[in-house]
Write a protein that binds this ligand. Structure first.
Ligand SMILES: [Zn+2]
Length: 64
């Protein structure tokens, strides 16, 4: 394997580990809102932004 290929593979692995860690740390104390899937809002039928009434636009709700 060339050096560049190894660097790319390492970068991808590092990013995956970081993404998993971020998701894990983010779930501590709060969890993603089930209704809006963590966005805090959704698009209504006419295309307007509808703020989520479960998490009030935060995208996360406290863990029970
Ligand atoms: Zn929500």
């Amino acid at each position: 394997m060339g050096l560049i290929v190894r660097l790319v593979v390492f970068a991808i692995l590092a990013y995956v580990v970081y993404a998993i860690y971020k998701e894990f740390a983010g779930n501590r104390g709060s969890r993603r809102c089930q209704k809006c899937e963590g966005n805090g809002f959704w698009r209504a039928a006419r295309g307007e932004k509808q703020t989520c009434d479960v998490c009030k636009g935060a995208g996360r709700v406290p863990k029970y």
